[in-house]
Design a protein around this ligand. Structure first.
Ligand SMILES: [Fe+2]
Length: 382
């Protein structure tokens, strides 16, 4: 039998768990924390909650929120300078994947030095990172439990995927109540990112029984709860279940890695400042169609997890139903259907195909791909 490895942080999950952030940092030995958030998190009031919790725990703190969606290398460098100037000794990331990925990237630079570009790829980090506590507020990226950080290389106009066990936060605090301040638009796109994590992890070449169980639950929860979560900010049952879906999808993909959807989406996100989940959702059905041949049984399982009655169907038929089901979900919640609709230019597809081919996430895609195959997929999605 193959050796299976499964890594994850301490997880604190539940309503009002955000109040435990200060105490969690103290448990890790922190005295002076660096809090990374973004303007949306501040506006929603969650930064104030974090600051209050840190004060109550007797911590000094510095806040940093100078970041954008698809966070950039320069933002990480600026954050690193401020962290060092203020002699901080731990990081808190609060918000969506951008805040959390920047918090992790700053943690790399403050103890390892150099530029963030030096750490692109797998296991390039040499020295231990400061304590990391992450508080997601979007139910999307899963970065709070993952060994990933994705940062834009602004010169090369591409996303760098950094993968290392050092990037698994010490503590992930997941409070479903934070999801009540998200817009329906953001809920839809981040929810489809969760679905993409579940599906790509389930069919990944690095999937194991330990990742499959989390991927399966994540897919089923999204199928049941994403529509009601988009429909109502106040549907707490839907929010709790989407937060759980995000957590489980994060555990699955952190350990099984991803596939062509994320490799291609990273290439798009390096050039265009678009919502990661919206790009994924356009690419996902096309990539599923392409990958179906590689593992029809697993795609039939996905149909089952999505709630399709697959009795009497061949695995290929059931797999095709899964693809239809995913397309229907994206239409029901109103996310964009074509890359052209969100501003991607046709003359960029070739260049982005080369970039996607070299993305770390492509290594675990279940079907072999060439640069020409990727370009064909981009054209279908355009
Ligand atoms: Fe993602």
């Amino acid at each position: 039998m193959n050796i299976h490895k499964f890594v994850m942080p301490e997880v604190i999950f539940g309503n009002a768990s955000i109040q435990q952030v200060g105490e969690s940092c103290v448990r890790l030995g922190a005295t002076n924390v660096f809090i990374v958030s973004d303007p949306g998190v501040m506006e929603a009031g969650w930064l104030d909650v974090i600051v209050r919790s840190c004060r109550q725990a007797g911590l000094s703190y510095t806040t940093f929120h100078d970041i954008t969606i698809n966070p950039k290398d320069k933002e990480v460098e600026k954050g690193c300078r401020i962290y060092l100037e203020n002699e901080c000794d731990a990081v808190i990331g609060v918000g969506g994947g951008s805040s959390i990925d920047v918090a992790k990237a700053i943690a790399i630079l403050v103890t390892n030095g150099g530029r963030i570009h030096d750490y692109e790829g797998v296991d390039k980090i040499r020295y231990p990172l400061p304590p990391q506590v992450m508080v997601p507020t979007t139910a999307g990226s899963g970065s709070e439990v993952s060994q990933f950080s994705v940062i834009v290389d602004t010169e090369a106009e591409k996303k760098m995927t950094i993968i290392s066990r050092s990037l698994i936060p010490d503590i992930a605090i997941i409070d479903p109540e934070t999801l009540s301040t998200k817009s329906p638009h953001l809920t839809a796109s981040t929810g489809l990112d969760v679905l993409t994590h579940g599906i790509e992890a389930y069919v990944s070449l690095a999937a194991t029984p330990l990742t499959d169980v989390h991927a399966k639950n994540a897919i089923s929860l999204v199928a049941e709860y994403l529509r009601p979560s988009v429909a109502s900010k106040m549907n707490l049952e839907a929010k709790i279940n989407m937060a759980m879906a995000c957590l489980q999808a994060g555990l699955a993909f952190s350990n099984a890695i991803l596939g062509a959807v994320h490799a291609m989406s990273h290439a798009v996100g390096g050039k265009y400042n678009l919502l990661h989940g919206a790009v994924n959702s356009i690419l996902l059905p096309h990539v599923m169609e392409y990958n179906l041949l590689a593992n029809p049984k697993k795609f039939a399982d996905i149909a089952l997890f999505l709630g399709v009655d697959i009795r009497g169907m061949s695995n290929m038929e059931a797999g095709n139903k899964a693809i239809e089901h995913v397309k229907q979900l994206t239409m029901d919640i109103g996310t964009p259907q074509r890359l052209a609709d969100i501003g991607v230019e046709k003359d960029q597809l070739k260049r982005m195909s080369v970039s996607a081919f070299h993305d770390t996430c492509m290594i675990t895609n279940p079907r072999d791909v060439t640069i020409e195959d990727i370009e064909e997929l981009f054209r279908k999605a355009w």
